[in-house]
Design a protein around this ligand. Sequence first.
Ligand SMILES: [Zn+2]
Length: 296
Amino acid sequence: MAGALALVLPIAISALGSAGVPLRPLGGEVAGAAAVAGAQTSPLPVQAWINPASVPARPTDADGPRTMAERIPPAPASLTGYQWPIKAGRVTLPFKAIPGGSRIKDGKLFHDGLDMASFCGAPVGAAHAGIVLAAGRTFDDHVGWIGDLGPYYALLDTKRMWSQLPNVVVIDDGNEYRSVYAHFRDVTVKVGQRVEAGQLIGHEGATGHASGCHVHYGLFSPLDTKTFGVRPNILRALKLPKLQIARIDPLLVLPGGEVALKTRNIAKAIKFAAAESATRAASTAEAASTGSTAGR
Ligand SMILES: [Zn+2]
């Protein structure tokens, strides 16, 4: 997670490199690499509108055809249907600037997701319903890299580094955002599968660069035009693209996010959010019954 990447040892896993399997790894943090792909891997439309040069100018006619430039991600505050991937345990590292961060935001090293931990092997559920885009170690084409992943993949093949990557699940949440979950011991979903919020997608582990079992949860919109950089030594070591699509703070969408930030206690955050929504429901019901009694 937060840290560094695993480049250290080219470990050997012969099978992978030779099979001619389409590879896609990741890089640093959690995901280390996720990626939006560049030219040669998969045809990701994402890039097209990320590159300002390819974005058509906005038409002056308000009724004119909408351009890609007008596609903007929904505001985080409008996102609904999210739940915690693990129901107990602790927030071990928030989405914030940290000395060892693998990404760069506003000129500072940054941790681009939310780390949470309970125990090794704990079941991890989808934070939101959606369609699985990646499951396992070939996920970089789906995590918002901006640029060509070819050199990175070639390096992984040559140095047989695929096994050093974390097990990752990427899900299209169906709301113009993607959820990225990393470091699984094992994943239990397949690409193309539809999952419901809370459905088991894998078990907590420490694959990739991780100091212990945890889940790194990242959230971004392929429509976002903001970007994060990557720590220079990681770029050099892994030949990754220089930019990735900016992430948002998952605590903006997870229930009781502010409580989790303060207490670091996931169960408390969930309980707080449940109590809050029960209170809200009760007052709504009361208002409704008061209002409707008159008519009956
Ligand atoms: Zn992390």
